[in-house]
Structure formats: C-alpha cells, structure tokens
Write a protein that binds this ligand. Structure first.
Ligand code: PAF
Length: 314
C-alpha cells in the first residue's frame, strides 16, 4: 500500500493502475476510521482491483470552527486499518494542497443542498461537493463509495455527479449500527457515558416513524411528529429536525405514497454532540401487489431498478 500526500502523485498512481487494466474504487473519508468506514472499504475491495481511500478533514464543510478543531485525527491508526483491509493507495493531502490560497472555485448543488442538514449547517454541502468534485477530478473514472448514514450527502453527491457528467459511479452502502441501534459515527467518540445511552433515542425515533408508516399513517407531518415526540422523551437530547421526505430530492411529499421512495430523517443534539440518522420506510399501499403497475408503484420500481443497476456496476 502506498501513502501519498500530493494531489498530482495521487492522480498519477490511479492513472498507472488504470493503464495496467485495474478498475478503481474510491472511498472518500475524513479519517477517524471506524467499522462503518471499514464496511465501505471492504465493499470496494471486494468489487474493484485498486482501492484508494482519501483521508482529509475538509475545512470547507465545517460551519463551526470548534467542530473542525476537535474533529478526531488518527492518521496512523487509519493507515493501519487501510493496509489491513486491502487498500492500495491512501491519499492524505494537506489543506494547502487541496485549497491553495488562490483557489477560487466552489461547487454547489441547488435545491437539495438547502434542505435539512443544509438548512441547519449553512454552506456545509457546498464544502462537501467542492472537495468531492476535486477528489473525483483527481481519481478519474471510478466507483465511489459513500455511507447511507449521511443519506442527504449521498443524494447531493449523486446529483452533482449526474449533473456534471462525471465518470464516477456512486455506490451507497448501508449504515453500520451498534447492537442497540446507534449509527456508527466519528462524533460518537465525543459522547459521555450518559449521552451515549441517550443517543439511542435517534434510532428509537426512526423505528417509531417506520412503525407509523407501516400502520398506514399517510401524513408526512404526523410521522415527523411521532419521531419528534420520541426524541422529546429523552432529557439529554434536543431535536433539530424530524422529517419524512422523498429520498431523491428531500422535499416533503403531499402524502407518503406520493414519494418516489421514502426516507425518514432525524437530527438531534445529545449533550453537545449533534447526531443525525435516517432509515427507509415502506408505505404499505405502495408495496401491496394490487398497486403493481400503477404510477407510484412504477416510479418506486424504477428507483429500485436504478439502484440495482448501480449495484451491478460495483
Ligand atoms: O462523509 C464524509 O466523511 C465527508 O463528508 C466526505 C464525503 C469525505 C467529504 O469530505
């Protein structure tokens, strides 16, 4: 495994691998790698000949300076994990190499970037898309692996890759959870023991929302209220948002079965740590066989087919 710091050395390493006939997988990360990242890396290693992991704490996507300063930096452990998982190249650039003082370009995806996480963290997604566009430009044609834990980020990056005709197949990978449901996140390291217990409330809220959808609640607002009420039962948690949204553009549909595909979202601050989570939810009337062939059903079937096609390119 090689560790490279310079953008052009990274680009050349992947060009060489491609010239030798290798298919390329890219796993963009900010380091502090945990089992969630490892699952992305393992998925990439299983499907691609040459897997690159980028490790870069991107200053552009932090809306608060103190979050950037206290973001965990564990490069040695990250590099060992990558070597152990079969990664071929680790790219760990300095901030000045990714964003030289005279750099003047940013990438912004309108609409979807302004909602939910974008509304709570102004500029966040512009920071993500700007750095991911640079990583894609350096990597060249490849498959890039992102966790569904950051489901809105995944949708924003997909939109960017489609709109800019980038030669990158975006692969979404399932969230990895602790046995009690808490989604793995680098931020979990900042939770105290009490907050760690309290943080389970996010997954409980999502399960309650999913149950509400399964029991034929069709009003997005009512599902959101159900999830918010669960968060409200936890004294250490403060709700940021709870929502039932269309999984493609993150708008709230008129009714749940009008969504092409449904996603439930929650964000809450537990102690001083902001956590997000999400899950899918099946609208019973859409899943029922009698709806087969009808408008909503065929739209969600098309979405499923698209996912399968992306998966088979994996
Ligand atoms: O999900 C992350 O870790 C980051 O947002 C990403 C995609 C590496 C961009 O900095």
């Amino acid at each position: 495994m090689q560790l490279v710091e310079e953008p052009d050395a990274f680009s050349r390493a992947l060009d060489r691998a491609r010239d030798a006939g290798a298919s390329i997988g890219l796993v963009p990360t900010m380091g502090a790698l945990h089992a969630g990242h490892r699952s992305l890396i393992e998925r990439a290693v299983a499907a691609r000949d040459h897997v690159a992991v980028s490790i870069f704490v991107n200053p552009l996507q932090f809306d608060r300076r103190e979050d950037l300063d206290r973001y965990p930096r564990t490069l040695d452990a990250d590099v060992s994990l990558c070597a152990d998982a079969g990664v071929s190249t680790v790219f760990a650039p300095r901030a000045a190499a990714m964003f030289p003082a005279d750099s003047a370009t940013s990438v912004s995806v309108a609409g979807i970037s302004a909602r939910w996480e974008g509304a709570s963290r102004p500029g966040h997604f512009d920071g993500v898309t700007t750095v991911v566009a640079k990583l894609f430009a350096l990597a060249g044609p490849c498959a890039a692996y992102f966790g569904e834990k950051d489901f809105q980020q995944l949708a924003v990056v997909r939109r960017m890759a489609t709109d800019l005709f980038l030669p990158v197949t975006i692969i979404g990978c399932p969230t990895v959870r602790e046995p009690d449901g808490l989604a793995l996140s680098s931020r979990n390291a900042h939770l105290s023991a009490d907050e760690r217990l309290a943080a389970r409330v996010l997954w409980r809220a999502l399960v309650a929302g999913r149950d509400a959808v399964a029991s034929k609640e069709d009003r997005p607002g009512a599902v959101a209220d159900t999830m918010a009420a669960v968060i409200g039962t936890e004294p250490l948690a403060r709700l940021d948002y709870a929502a039932a949204v269309d999984a493609e553009d993150f708008t709230v549909p008129r009714s749940l079965d009008a969504a092409r595909e449904l996603r439930l979202l929650v964000a809450a601050v537990v102690g001083a740590v902001r956590l997000i989570d999400n899950c899918d939810a099946r609208v019973p009337s859409v899943a029922a066989p009698r709806r087969a062939g009808r408008g909503d059903r065929s739209r969600s079937a098309r979405a499923a087919l698209r996912r399968d096609a992306e998966g088979s390119g994996d």
